[in-house]
Design a protein around this ligand. Structure first.
Ligand SMILES: *[C@@H]1O[C@H](CO)[C@@H](O)[C@H](O)[C@H]1NC(C)=O
Ligand SMILES: *[C@@H]1O[C@H](CO)[C@@H](O)[C@H](O)[C@H]1NC(C)=O
Length: 405
């Protein structure tokens, strides 16, 4: 692969430079072939050279020569005198030395220190939080890097700046595991932060893996943006009861409302006679069809993650004493009043009619008296007038006239 080719090219550069200094550090990717050159050796046999290696696979120095057999599939000396490791493993870390004598009899030593590496997968943030609460420690997420060698380190960044555990607002819980067969590392880093009140409301977190070997590139997770609750402190928890006073007739409804204004909204639990009610949390407690068992003292408790629980004052719910008798009496009283009003109305109407009749009768009598007292010659004229006025009431008029003085 391209990376492997780059490593080999870089190794070659180091090897050429090593011809001057005499020893180098070599890094090789796990599973890839590694070629170490024996400096000063003739390019073709016959050669006078010897490879010596001390690695995780050897108990002491292992000697390899061009004439000797290859060491299983681990290493062999190539025709040009270089040492080939077809697939480097963690156990191949160690020291490699070659001593060669040129055709002219000059002795050259090569000394390598080999380290191997594996690039882990891209780190990831698992179980990320979405919201953070100011004033209390919050878990942001766990950064995971899998399959790297050597272990390397994970670091967290907030808005591009590296976070360091300070024992107060920032803490990290780290764990390093090693695969029993491959020997590769899995790193976990759990980040806890305590956002300050009034701080940034949309912080961006990211995590990066720094390899354990120099000159290797760091790997970064995708950033995660979280929301910090802009908390409004919990002032006072108030319990409002409807109907006011908490006295209710049997079968009536009582509504208890717990007023605990805070951001984010606190969790509300209910307490009756000192014992928590087994209800899901909620700000409203509705008691429909109140019975004797509902009587008692109620209060609510608001729990806010950054303030702790806070209890309201107590309210007592009681049944109105009159009970069913009271309601019956009431229902009778209502229609009674109506009847009274109706009778009064009828009486009033009758009274008005009676009054009207009275007034008319009185008027007629006055008229008659006037006729009698007045000039008798005009009697016929007056009679006609009277007939016109009181035509429908003629029998009454007749009666009154008979009864008149
Ligand atoms: C090789 O690595 C060792 C530490 O592992 C260091 O002390 C030394 O200076 C390095 N040599 C070269 C040539 O970089
Ligand atoms: C020896 O041969 C190998 C494989 O053919 C090659 O990678 C290496 O560079 C050679 N070494 C020298 C010193 O030419």
């Amino acid at each position: 692969m391209a990376a492997g080719a780059a490593v080999r090219a870089w190794m070659l550069v180091l090897c050429l430079w090593g011809a001057v200094t005499g020893d180098q550090n070599i890094t090789a990717r796990i599973g890839k072939p590694l070629v170490l050159n024996c400096k000063g050796a003739p390019k073709k046999p016959p050669q006078q050279l010897e490879w010596k290696l001390n690695t995780g696979r050897t108990e002491a120095w292992k000697v390899l020569s061009p004439q000797g057999d290859p060491w299983d599939s681990v290493a062999r000396v190539l025709p040009n005198g270089s040492l080939l490791l077809p697939a480097v493993g963690i156990q191949d870390e160690g020291t490699f030395r070659c001593r060669a004598t040129s055709r002219s009899g000059k002795e050259t030593k090569s000394n390598y220190r080999v380290r191997v590496y594996q690039i882990p997968g891209k780190p990831e943030i698992v179980d990320p939080a979405s919201e953070l609460m100011p004033g209390v420690p919050n878990k942001v997420g766990t950064c995971v890097s899998e399959g790297g060698y050597p272990a390397g380190t994970l670091s967290w960044h907030l808005d591009g700046k590296t976070l360091t555990p300070d024992g107060k607002g920032v803490s990290m819980k780290e764990e390093t595991k090693r695969h029993p067969e491959t020997g590769l590392f899995t790193l976990h880093s759990e980040l806890m932060v305590t956002p300050t009140r009034g701080g940034a409301l949309h912080p961006t977190f990211s995590c990066s893996f720094t390899p354990g070997l120099p000159r290797r590139r760091a790997l970064h997770t995708a950033p995660i943006q979280l929301r910090v609750w802009n908390t409004v402190p919990l002032e006072e928890v108030q319990l409002v009861v409807e109907p006011e006073g908490g006295a209710v007739a049997l079968g009536g409804t009582v509504t208890l409302t717990c007023e605990a204004p805070a951001q984010p909204p606190p969790q509300i639990h209910w307490i009756k006679d000192g014992r928590p009610l087994p209800l899901p949390p909620g700000p409203v407690l509705l008691l429909p069809e109140v019975g004797p068992e509902d009587q008692g003292t109620y209060s609510c408790v608001a729990t806010h993650p950054s303030h702790g629980p806070q209890e309201s004052g107590a309210v007592s719910i009681s049944l109105i004493e009159t009970g069913e008798e009271g309601t019956t009496a009431g229902s009778v009283e209502g229609p009674g009043l109506e009847t009274l009003a109706l009778s009064l109305g009828i009486l009033g109407g009758l009274g008005t009619v009676a009054l009207l009749i009275g007034v008319i009768m009185w008027h007629q009598r006055r008229q008659r008296r006037g006729q009698e007292r007045k000039v008798p010659e005009n009697q016929e004229e007056e009679e006609e007038e009277r007939a016109e006025l009181n035509q429908p009431e003629e029998p009454e008029a007749a009666e009154s006239s008979t009864g008149g003085p």
